[in-house]
Design a protein around this ligand. Structure first.
Ligand code: ADP
Ligand code: ZN
Length: 634
């Protein structure tokens, strides 16, 4: 057993790493020595610096903005026999001096420092003399002016790193939006060339995701009520809890009223309520005397119920990230749970007002136009999620950059289910042949465009428009001109947008964005990959109405999924995929792994009963998966 595994067991009392933790620690100790870790809150990021600090010689430094958290961690480390302390402005002068003296004598393996303390050049200089083997920056998103937690003192950390010259650097955050990530990388010199970026753990396989757009408020209300019942059962004997999120305070009260009349034990929650009322709601929800809370985004931080069976959004939230965080509160116990996002065309105008009113204001200042723009772009990303014609889970993972966990179809979100219905019986999920052909034609059009024109012109070319501009661009001469002439222009454009959200087409980041095919787009065009995109409805571009088919009950995932076995199976799949140089979903779908993790087959025969395990897959990958199951047996 390696030193690291030994330290994990003996000093941290944990049986095994999450595979990505191991990866981060290996990179930090023996690899590139600079690591950015992005994983959800509670995912286990702190181990990635605590364990290396415990095995490295010398004093490692951790920068963290949360004093309560520092205190907790220092206490826990001390109990495990790892010498740790912290410096923060809450300590009185005498205590601080005592601690500093001990630190400078090199008595600690880990020192937590609040970022404000590092504004003292004297302290930085003394710490530099310790030649720290490791510097960890926790909550690294605080460096981002676009983030929700911006801390001015974090802006100086670039300078602090230069002066401390740590032998290793790790930054951790749960905020995965691309813009924040890029800012962290730029400010901490953690570009993806010289450092490892480990982004993992955002996948939530037990969560069924669905979206319904409807401009009828009666229908949205009905959907909310039926979703609650299908997730919780009868109001008199609910099977767990639920949160309904609304965008405004007034709406939380209105909806709570509606739900109360239906017999649910429900309360509204928003920042306009007295602190004592809010505390009461938190407490009653925690002790299960409330089953449903209808809340604005002010609710959530302190929720500590693992048995939330559904999170319903009665209106669209502000961003993909906000949505992921809020919906992610469902199913923390690993049991099946549902996320339903209800939205109407009115949500666009509402969000625009909300952003102009509050979101764009710096504390006490006036609306900052750049910030308003930024928030609006984040909301438009969410609208892309709503309209996405590809797997919801994959969309979110791609949005966060968690490419390694994307699957080309989870098999159990509303989009995957509809694709499955359309595809031929018994084949890999996909679009119908006619739809698949339209997608391949559109991809061919993008390929033929070869950098000439933007998305709108490409859609016009495919539609067969003939005008001066297209002729000047040479688009009317292409063999793909008019390839989709049976479809309205707006439909072709909507299709191209879907190809973007599905990861088949990307746009250059130049001033005039030009569409081009991604590797997956090329493979799909060549028919090497099935088409996993829902084409837009024939009336795309006109007012959208609710699609009834989306509301049919979902097929359930197997119960009793062993989540740690599932994680091992995923890493086995990733190994196979890497060895073969193909994306993970080509090896097999998530659903297959979930079934293996539930039924634990130990023979080839038993494996053949698993969803998606045909003879070819068994022949090619049966053994490594069986080995993983066997190695996992308790
Ligand atoms: P984060 O910093 O990502 O929010 P923490 O580091 O605080 O999360 O970890 C959350 C919890 O997960 C802690 O209780 C920790 O002990 C536990 N944990 C971390 N790594 C593992 C592991 N490999 N196996 C089991 N539990 C773990
Ligand atoms: Zn899916």
């Amino acid at each position: 057993m390696s030193d690291i595994d030994l330290a994990l067991r003996e000093r941290f009392g944990l049986p095994a790493f999450h595979p990505w933790q191991r990866e981060a620690i290996d990179e930090l100790l023996e690899g590139r020595r600079k690591v950015l870790v992005i994983a959800p809150t509670g995912g286990g990021k702190s181990l990635c610096y605590q364990l290396p600090a415990a095995v490295l010689d010398g004093t490692s430094i951790v920068i963290s903005p949360l004093i309560a958290l520092m205190e907790d961690q220092v206490r826990a480390l001390t109990e495990r026999g790892i010498a740790a302390t912290y410096l923060a402005s809450t300590l009185d002068a005498e205590e601080r001096q005592r601690r500093e003296r001990e630190i400078f004598e090199g008595r600690y393996q880990l020192v937590y420092v609040a970022p404000e303390r590092l504004e003292s050049p004297w302290l930085v200089e003394r710490l530099a003399k310790l030649q720290p083997p490791l510097l960890a920056i926790d909550e690294a998103h605080c460096i981002s002016q676009w983030g929700h937690d911006f801390r001015p003192s974090y802006l100086r950390l670039g300078e602090v790193i230069e002066r401390l010259r740590p032998a290793r650097l790790i930054a951790c955050t749960a905020t995965a939006t691309p813009i924040v990530r890029r800012e962290i990388q730029a400010r901490l010199s953690l570009g993806s060339e010289q450092s490892a970026v480990i982004l993992r753990g955002f996948s939530r396989p037990n969560l069924h995701l669905a979206v319904v757009e409807s401009d009828s408020s009666t229908e949205r209300r009905k959907l909310m009520l039926s979703a609650l019942r299908s997730a919780l059962g009868e109001p008199v004997s609910p099977l767990g809890g639920a949160i309904v999120y609304a965008a405004t305070r007034r709406n939380t009260e209105k909806l709570a009223d509606v739900l109360g009349k239906e017999g649910w034990r429900v309360a509204p929650y928003h920042a306009g309520l007295a602190a004592s009322v809010r505390e009461g709601v938190n407490r009653r929800f925690a002790d299960r005397s409330l089953d449903v809370v209808v809340a604005t985004n002010a609710f959530g931080m302190g929720i500590d119920r693992a048995d939330l069976r559904t999170v319903i959004h009665a209106q669209a939230p502000g961003s993909v990230e906000a949505y992921y965080q809020e919906v992610g509160r469902a199913g923390r116990d690993g049991q099946p749970a549902h996320g339903l996002l209800l939205t109407s065309s009115g949500d666009l105008g509402l969000r625009r007002r909300l952003i102009g009113f509050s979101g764009g204001r710096d504390p006490g200042g006036s609306p900052d136009p750049e910030h308003v723009q930024q928030q609006w772009r984040l909301f438009l990303d969410l609208m892309r999620y709503v309209e996405a014609g590809s797997c919801r889970h994959d969309f979110i993972l791609r949005y966060f950059g968690d490419e390694q966990e994307t699957l080309g179809g989870c098999g159990h979100c509303d989009v995957c289910e509809r694709l499955e219905e359309r595809g031929e019986e018994g084949t890999a999920r996909g679009a119908s042949e006619e739809e698949a052909l339209a997608v391949r034609k559109a991809l061919a059009g993008v390929a033929r465009n070869q950098g000439r024109a933007g998305l709108t012109a490409v859609s016009e070319m495919l539609h067969g428009t003939d005008n001066e501009r297209l002729r000047r661009l040479g688009l009317t001469e292409l063999t793909t001109h008019g390839l989709l002439k049976g479809h309205p222009k707006a439909w072709v454009l909507a299709l191209l947008r879907r190809l973007i959200t599905a990861g088949l087409v990307d746009l250059t980041t130049s001033e005039f964005p030009i569409p081009y095919l991604t590797a997956l787009g090329v493979a799909t065009m060549k028919d090497e990959e099935p088409v996993r995109v829902l084409v837009p409805a024939p009336d795309a571009g006109r007012a959208r109405s609710a699609k009834k088919e989306r509301t049919r009950p979902a097929r359930e995932l197997p119960e009793n999924v062993d989540s740690s076995l599932f994680e091992s199976l995923r890493s086995t799949r990733l190994d196979i995929a890497r060895a073969k140089g193909v994306p993970a979903y080509v090896i097999c779908h998530d659903r297959t792994l979930l079934e293996i993790a539930a039924y634990k087959p130990t023979s080839i025969e038993a494996l053949a009963d698993i969803f998606g395990m045909g003879p070819a897959r068994i022949e090619n990958y049966g053994e490594p998966f069986l080995d993983t199951v066997n190695a996992h047996a308790p």
